[in-house]
Design a protein around this ligand. Structure first.
Ligand SMILES: [Zn+2]
Length: 247
């Protein structure tokens, strides 16, 4: 029976992708109406080697960060439903591909959110340990520094996100794999499941005995492993599934 997973006790792992944030006004970069589909330069802005090599590209990047819709975005019903799951006393860990911090802004415990692609609200130096906030760095941009260098070593600054061609943070990847491996229910929400290491988290969870539930409008490479596949819009599907789990 596909409905029986709802009754399972134990840990819940949740993997979220861009699809959970589109209702909050943050476009899906890869989707048919995605930013990269419309503007190939936008993809170059997220490529590590290009970013390091080209000051003009970095100037464009700071402006794109300033104009990112995540500054205005608010968590939606799906983010809120996952908070309810945690507040009801269930052990939940979220692994997110999103850099928008909407899970935390919805009220989900920050230490239970694993940001495998980093986040856009912090800034790091590529040369040294310097860290600061995006808001403080954008203040420097507004004050006239088109490509603000690291105040500590003069190196290149970037958002604390994982760009194309950049190494994932190993500790973060291990934490995500552990969360998948110890899940009894694993919900994959709004991810095309085509980018590693996020995609293989589903296989890790299933191999360890979890029921995999995929909530995504389009088919994914992991559909054949899923206990249940939900094509309903995320904004209604996630609150419904959470109510059924808690019911
Ligand atoms: Zn530095």
């Amino acid at each position: 029976m596909t409905s029986e997973w709802r009754r399972r006790d134990g840990r819940i792992g949740v993997l979220t992708g861009a699809g959970i944030s589109t209702d909050s006004g943050i476009p899906d970069f890869r989707g048919p109406r995605g930013v990269w589909t419309k503007d190939p330069i936008a993809e170059l802005l997220s490529t590590y080697d290009s970013y390091l090599a080209d000051p003009e590209l970095r100037q464009r990047s700071w402006l794109a960060r300033r104009d990112n819709p995540a500054w205005q975005a608010r968590p939606n019903a799906a983010h809120a439903a996952l908070v309810e799951l945690e507040r009801a006393g269930r052990a939940v860990t979220i692994i997110t591909q999103n850099i928008d911090r909407l899970h935390q802004r919805a009220g989900f415990a920050a230490d239970r959110v694993i940001e495998i692609h980093g986040n856009m609200f912090e800034v790091v130096c590529v040369e040294c340990d310097y860290q600061t906030t995006m808001a403080a760095t954008l203040d420097r941009v507004a004050a006239g520094e088109a490509d603000p260098p690291c105040p500590s070593c003069g190196g290149v600054l970037k958002a604390a996100t994982i760009m194309f061609g950049q190494q994932m943070d190993r500790r973060t990847t291990v934490a995500a794999a552990l969360a998948a491996q110890t899940s009894d229910i694993f919900l994959a929400i709004g991810s095309s499941l085509q980018v590693e290491p996020a995609a293989s988290m589903c296989a890790i969870a299933v191999d360890a005995g979890a029921d995999l539930v995929i909530v995504n409008a389009e088919p994914t490479p992991y559909d054949s492993m899923a206990t249940e596949i939900v094509r309903e819009p995320i904004g209604t599907a996630v609150p419904r599934l959470v109510a059924e789990i808690l019911g």
